[in-house]
Structure formats: C-alpha cells, structure tokens
Design a protein around this ligand. Sequence first.
Ligand code: TYD
Ligand code: MG
Length: 450
Amino acid sequence: MKGKDIQYVCSQCGRAESKWLGRCPDCGSWNTFEEEAAKAEVTGKRAVISTEDRPITLEAVQVDPLFRFETGISELDRVLGGGVMKGSSILLGGEPGIGKSTLMLQVLAESAKGRSVLYVSGEESPSQVKLRAQRLSLDLGRIDIFCDTRSEVLVKLLENSFYEVVVIDSLQTLGSEEIPSPAGSVNQIRFCSTMLVGLCKQKGISLFLVGHVTKEGTLAGPKVIEHLVDTVLYFEQVNSGIRLIRAAKNRYGSVDEIGIFTMGEKGLKAVTNPASFFISERGDGPLPPGIAFSAVLEGSRSFLVEIQALTTPAKGGYSRIYSDRIDSARVTRVAAILERHAGLRLGEQDIYVNVGGGIKLSEVSIELPLALALWSALTNRSLPNNMASFGELSLAGEVRTVSFSEKRQKAAKDLGFGKILLPKMTAKSGLVQYPAQSIKEALEICQRLS
Ligand code: TYD
Ligand code: MG
C-alpha cells in the first residue's frame, strides 16, 4: 500500500491524518498513530438495513412487536432507553477492572430468561468465566460460552445458530485473517466490528461489544468504532464504591440517563434510589465553609450533591482554577459574576472546586450553589447545613429559573433539607423558601443566615 491508500489513525480517539504524527492533536496521546488501509478497504460488509430494493411507505414498514426487551438490570435498561433493541449493537467501554465482564454476564443471565444467549470470551478461559458466573450465582445451564477470537469463525457460528443476545468480550481480542495488522489494532477493530455489527443487524441479534479504554494508549480505544454501533455506553468509576454508566450515543433513547451501581460480593448491584448517594455523612454541627448542597437532575431523577470550594491567595499574582468535576470555564464565569455583581475579590485567589462522590456535573442549575460555595470559602462563613439550592446565573448577575423545580425541591425535602435557595420566579410552596433575584441578593440571604 502506498500514498493515498494509507492513512494514519489515532488508536485512542480515531483521528485520521495523511501522515504519521507523534502526538495526537485531538486527544493529546503520544505514539498512538497507526498505519491503516484507507477506509474503503477496511469497512468490510456494510450493515444491512434494506427495504428490499424499493422505497415503501412508512405505514408499510413491518415492526417486530418484540423489538425491545428488558435485560432485567434496571439501571442498564433505563440508560438504554427502556431495554435492548433487537438487532442493535451496543458498545460498552471502560477501564480494565471496572466490571464490564461482570455486568455482561449478569445481563446475559437475565436475558436468558426467555432468550438464547452467547458469551464470546477472548480474554478469559471457559473455566475462569464459569467460576465467575458461579460466584455470581447465575444459572449456568442457560448461558453458552464460546472462546475464539477469529472473526470469520464467529461470523460462521452466528450465521448458523439462533442466538438472540451475544456478548463479545472484548473488541481488542478480535482478529481477522484478511487484515495483516495484529489483534487490537485500529484496522482489526474496525474490520471485525463492521462485519459482526452488520451480521447481527441482519439476523436480529442484539450485540454487546466490550471495549477497554486505557489511559496509557497501548490499545486502540472503542472510540474508533463509535460511529458503527447504535449505542455507546461508558462505564466510569466515581469513587471506590460507585460505578456509573452513561450513554455517549443512543439511537434508541436519550443520552441523559445515568445508571448507578455498586460492586459487591454478588457482582454489580443497581442503586435505584440515589437521592442521597453523593452527600457525605455529617453530624448536626455547622458545615465547614466552602460546602454547598445542590439538587441536580440526571435524566429523569433528581438527587442531592455536595459542591466543595476552596480559595487560597494566588502565588505570583496569577490566579488559577482547578476543577475537573465541573467544567472550569463554568467556574471561571461564576467567579467573574461574583466579582462583578457581588463585589467578591476572587481575582487574586486560586480556586479549587470539587464535587462530593466525584461525580461530574454539567447542569446549569449548579451555578447558584457553586457561587454560594465560592462565597462561603472566600468569606470563611458556613452555609446552613439544611439548605440546598439550585439556579442558573446570568452574566448580569440574575438567578435564572431552571427546569424541574418541583422535582428538585421534593428531592431536597425528602432528604431532610428544610431550606431551599432558589430562583425568585420558581418560589412557591413547601419548604422555607428564600427567593433571590440576583446573586447579590442570594449572598445577602446567606449572610443573614450564616
Ligand atoms: P471485571 O468484570 O473482570 O472487570 P472488567 O471486565 O471491566 O475488566 O471485574 C472487575 C472487578 O470486580 C474485579 O477486580 C473483581 C471485582 N468483582 C467483585 O468485586 N465482585 C464480583 O462479584 C465480581 C465478579 C468481581
Ligand atoms: Mg473483562
């Protein structure tokens, strides 16, 4: 292969370049560019989604009534948008050890109640898988296992059998004889996945593809096949006990829902009521300065989180913001609003922001509680320990209404928060309310209360 036939693809994020680069301009990884045959050659068989060569009316389209089934793992079903679509392909990415294989076995065991299921293992031997399934007390008689990583063999097997749910663990072990590069390379991953996703769509098999994500950049990441599959899920660990599943792409549902699990003796356990999950246990005394509670919404559920801020005088006259759970651009903006509209001198401070439990927050409603936490940290005054807040801040310093106000207030009330600081337009019934029109007014209320 020469010239136009070759491109270089970052194995971490999938960026393609015409020449080799030492460092990926997109994701910043080093030495991750791999030579790849230009796309046309490696895409393999395309997914078959035909209307038999002629256009038909939407009315004439036949819809299989059993097109979606629940896996029985409620947190996963919700993230998927109500269960697994027949013939859909789902990529499950995550770091090694996070629990991908465990979850997949649990999903298969549940799906097997009424369906034929297959676990394809390229990483662990049949006996290892059996021991794990035994430990999880799963019904071993219903789950078939097949240990082979040659994609041609897998295709033949799936073509000649009647499995309805198939897990391939993992992507990175797959290989095809047609591709000269080693298993785990971008070429192999793309080629084999395309072939398997296409076949499963054609046969109505629901396919789970497990993919490792590594920080070191030694394996091609699942990102290179995100465009091929219907749904992309990422498993992340927010602190030692809690694991979250988020959808990065979902053709059959929203990407707003998160699934929350804990890992225990018997595998992953769904956390169905996460309302207080991210709040630290504390006694009745005053809160430490810098802590504010927020009622946030993830998908359809509201829960309480703890926002922590710390300010210290900047060294060398140059202040910085350290925040990886809340976008630092948002922290900068909220700090500027506080500076301009409430006279807080944050410009000379280094600002550290964290979220209890380590969960990432991207909702606008956290702007008011974030501002309160920064105020509390800077002035060294505690906020009331039974007060939660929510609201968006405008650049003019106003506290703006956010969606699902009632739901947020209910979540706060259910957890024993008696006070709520919220946008003036929203204030209605229930708790002792402190409506505020501007950030200045909000801080005056806090000053009175603290
Ligand atoms: P695993 O599913 O193998 O992770 P991955 O496939 O993502 O690499 O399991 C990860 C960890 O979970 C492993 O360190 C052992 C632990 N674990 C439990 O705590 N309880 C269990 O019931 C099982 C099966 C595993
Ligand atoms: Mg595994």
